[in-house]
Write a protein that binds this ligand. Sequence first.
Ligand code: ADP
Length: 235
Amino acid sequence: MTIQVERLSKKFRIDQVLNSLSFKLEAGEKMSIVGPSGSGKTTLLRILAGLEIPDQGTILLEEKDVTRLSARQRNIGLVFQQPLLFPHMTVAENIAYGAHMNGKKTESTVKDLLAAINLTEAAAQFPAELSGGQQQRVALARALAIEPEILLLDEPFSSLDPNLRQDMRYWVRDLLDKRGITSIFVTHDREEAMLMGDKIGVFHEGTFQQFATAEEIKLNPRNPFIVEFFDHHML
Ligand code: ADP
C-alpha cells in the first residue's frame, strides 16, 4: 500500500507544528522520522492515523483520499511507546482483539502472530506476567492482527533497556520485511532511525529538512541543520 501525504499543515495556537509537509512511500517501504523532541513527530503520526485533524492537506492511501475518514476506516496499525495492552485479557485475547476489530478469522491469525513474536508458550498468560519487551511484542502482534495497510510506530522501544532495544530493532525490522508492510517509525534516536528506515525524514520546524536514504544524507547533507543534527553520528 502506498501512502502519499500532500502539503499537510497543523497549527496549535501560534505553534505551526506541521508546515506544508509532503512525502510519498511505495508499498512495503519502511520510513523513519527522526527529529528533536517536541518537533511534531507524534502529531504527524496522530494525523496519519486519523486521531487528529489537519488544518490543511491530504493523505492518500493507494490513491484513495482518506483525509476525512475515521481512524477505524483507515485500517492503520499503531504501536505506541507504552504497550497499552488490556490487563484483564490474556496474550492471545489481546491479539484476537485486533483481529476481531477487522472481522478476520481469529484463531489462525492469533496462532500465526504468536509464532511470529515467539510467544506461543505465553498465549494464556496475562500482560503483567511478561517483561517489557515481551509486552511490546504483543502490542505489535495486536496491531498486525488488524492486517493494517500501514503500520505506525511511535518510539516503540524507548521504554526498554538498551540491550533489549537493540535486539528489538533487528527483530521488528526483520518481521516487517518478511511481511512487506509499509511502515513509519518515529524516533529521536539517530542510529535507530537509520536502522529502521529505508528512507529517513529528518523533521524540524514543521517539515522534512531532508527526506532520503541514510547513504544520501551521509554523502549529501542538504543543509546545516542536517550536518549539526547528525554530527558525529554518521557524517
Ligand atoms: P514530538 O513527537 O516530536 O516530540 P509532538 O508532536 O508531541 O512532538 O508535539 C509537537 C508540539 O505540538 C509541541 O509543542 C506540543 O506541545 C504541541 N502539541 C501537541 N499536541 C497538542 C495539542 N493537542 N494541543 C496543543 N498543543 C499540542
